[in-house]
Design a protein around this ligand. Structure first.
Ligand SMILES: [Zn+2]
Length: 63
């Protein structure tokens, strides 16, 4: 995840971090981002539940 966003409520599910932030218009966004080197998985979601689900179901291709 990019460092210039202010994430709140960051949790880790396996190698994936889920965090909540406000976008430039004050709307809540939720990001699931894999911390494994070279994985590159990072997706924004409108709902926290969707982001956490994506984190739980992420299958890291990097071993
Ligand atoms: Zn991954």
């Amino acid at each position: 995840m990019t460092a210039n966003r202010r994430f709140r409520n960051v949790i880790r599910i396996g190698p994936v971090q889920v965090g909540t932030y406000y976008d430039g218009r004050g709307r809540e966004k939720h990001t699931a981002a894999c911390t494994a080197p070279r994985c590159g998985f990072s997706t924004d979601f409108d709902s926290r539940a969707a982001a956490e689900l994506a984190a739980r179901t992420h299958r890291c291709s990097v071993r």
